[in-house]
Design a binder for this molecule. Structure first.
Ligand SMILES: Cc1cc2nc3c(=O)[nH]c(=O)nc-3n(C[C@H](O)[C@H](O)[C@H](O)COP(=O)(O)O)c2cc1C
Length: 343
C-alpha cells in the first residue's frame, strides 16, 4: 500500500510512543488516537471518552447530532461503533485483548460502551494489516475505475461483518445496481425537496482549511464547486434532479461493487455493532488498496429502508450502504485533536 504523508496533526501518531510501561488508563488514552480516525456521519465526530481507573467509557456527543437527517441517532451511534472498531484493532496490535461491553438501549445514559484491556495477546498479521490501514483509510467519493472487486475479498468482508453479528451483502451485477440507483434517485429527490435537509447538509460542508469537523464538497453529486459556493447553491436551490442524475451515473458507471450492512433489529446495540463491522470492512478494503464511499440516501429516507432490504432479499434492516472500487486518493478529512474528545 502506498503511504501518503498527511499534515493533519491528529494523524501524526507514532506507534513507538505506545506507553507500554504506563498504566491501563494511559494506554487506553493513547488508543483513542486511533479511534478518532474512524468515519463519522458528515465528519461530525460525535464521540466522547472518559477514563475511570482501568476502564474507559465511550459516550455519544449529542451536541454533534444532525437533528433532521439523523433524528434517532442511528448514524451517530454507527459512527461511535466505528470508533470502537478502530480502537479494538489498535488494542490488538499493541498486544491487548480489548473487552468491549456494549450498553443496552434501555440504559438512559450517553455512555454506549465500556472498554477495558484484557490479557496480553500477540498481534496476528491480518490484524496488523488492518491496523496499518487506520491512518490511510479515507472516504473517497470519486468515480471508481472499471475493474471488478475480487469475490474472495468481498467474502472476507462478509466474514468480518459476521463477527459483529452484522450481515454484509454485496452486489456486482448491473441489474442489482440499477435497482439501487432507482431507490437512491427517489431518496435524493425526496431529500432535496426539503429546505431543512438542504440547510442541515450544507451547514456541514467546510473548506479544507477551516475547522476540524465537517466535509469538503469535493466529490458530491453536482457539488464539485468550491465549498462556500456549494453551500450557497445548496441552501438556495433544489438541485435534487441533477444530484440524482449524477449519483445514478456514479452507481452504474463508477461503482464496481456495492455492499449493504443489515442487522436483525434496529436499536443501539445493532447500530454500534454495525459501526464495528464497518470499521473492519473499510480497513480490510483499504489494506487491499481499495476505496469506499457511502450511499446513504435510501437509508436516510425511512420509508425506503425496507425496499432496500428487499432489493437484496434480506429480512434484515438496512443500516449502511457503501460503494467499493479503486480510485486515486483524495485529500484526507480533518479530525479534532485527541485532547478535545475527553471529558
Ligand atoms: C454512519 C455514516 C454515514 C455516512 N453517510 C455519508 C453520506 O451519506 N454521504 C457521504 O458522502 N459520506 C457519508 N459518510 C462518510 C463521512 O462523510 C466521512 O466518514 C467523514 O466525512 C470523514 O471522512 P473520512 O471517512 O475520509 O475520514 C458517512 C459515514 C458514516 C459513519
Amino acid at each position: 500500500m502506498k503511504v501518503i504523508r498527511v499534515k493533519d496533526d491528529s494523524r501524526n501518531i507514532a506507534e513507538a510512543d505506545f506507553p507500554y510501561s504506563m498504566d491501563k488508563a494511559e494506554q487506553l488514552r493513547f488508543l483513542v488516537n486511533y479511534a478518532i480516525q474512524a468515519p463519522s456521519n458528515h465528519n461530525s465526530q460525535p464521540w466522547k471518552f472518559s477514563i475511570h481507573d482501568d476502564s474507559m467509557d465511550v459516550m455519544i456527543d449529542k451536541s454533534r447530532m444532525l437533528s433532521f437527517i439523523d433524528p434517532h441517532l442511528r448514524q451517530l451511534k454507527i459512527s461511535c461503533g466505528a470508533a470502537i472498531g478502530n480502537l479494538e484493532v489498535a488494542a490488538k496490535h499493541f498486544g491487548f485483548e480489548p473487552i468491549v461491553k456494549i450498553c443496552s438501549h434501555k440504559a438512559d445514559t450517553d455512555v454506549v460502551a465500556t472498554i477495558t484491556l484484557g490479557n496480553k495477546v500477540p498481534d496476528d498479521p491480518h490484524n496488523s494489516r488492518l491496523f496499518n490501514a487506520i491512518i490511510q483509510r479515507q472516504t473517497n467519493r470519486r468515480f471508481f475505475v472499471d475493474k471488478p472487486v475480487a469475490t474472495p475479498l468481498l467474502e472476507v468482508c462478509k466474514n468480518l461483518a459476521a463477527e459483529c453479528a452484522v450481515e454484509f451483502t454485496y452486489l456486482t451485477s448491473q441489474e442489482d445496481k440499477k435497482r439501487v440507483a432507482n431507490l437512491s434517485e427517489v431518496a435524493i429527490r425526496h431529500q432535496h425537496n426539503q429546505p431543512w435537509f438542504r440547510r442541515e447538509f450544507s451547514s456541514r460542508l467546510r473548506r479544507h482549511t477551516s475547522g476540524k469537523t465537517g466535509m469538503s464538497s469535493f466529490g458530491f453529486a453536482s457539488l464539485n464547486l468550491p465549498t462556500p459556493v456549494a453551500r450557497f447553491v445548496m441552501d438556495l436551490f433544489n438541485n435534487g434532479k441533477s444530484s440524482a442524475k449524477f449519483n445514478r451515473r456514479k452507481i452504474l458507471q463508477g461503482s464496481p461493487a456495492i455492499a449493504i450492512f443489515t442487522t436483525e433489529v434496529d436499536e443501539q446495540e445493532a447500530w454500534l455493532n454495525t459501526g464495528r463491522a464497518l470499521s473492519l470492512v473499510l480497513l480490510e478494503l483499504c489494506s487491499e488498496g481499495l476505496s469506499a464511499s457511502f450511499l446513504h440516501q435510501a437509508i436516510e429516507v425511512e420509508h425506503l429502508r425496507p425496499q432496500l432490504a428487499k432489493t437484496i432479499s434480506s429480512r434484515g434492516i438496512s443500516q449502511v450502504m457503501i460503494r467499493i472500487g479503486e480510485a486515486p486518493r483524495v485529500k484526507p478529512s480533518k479530525r479534532r485533536n485527541v485532547d478535545e474528545v475527553f471529558v
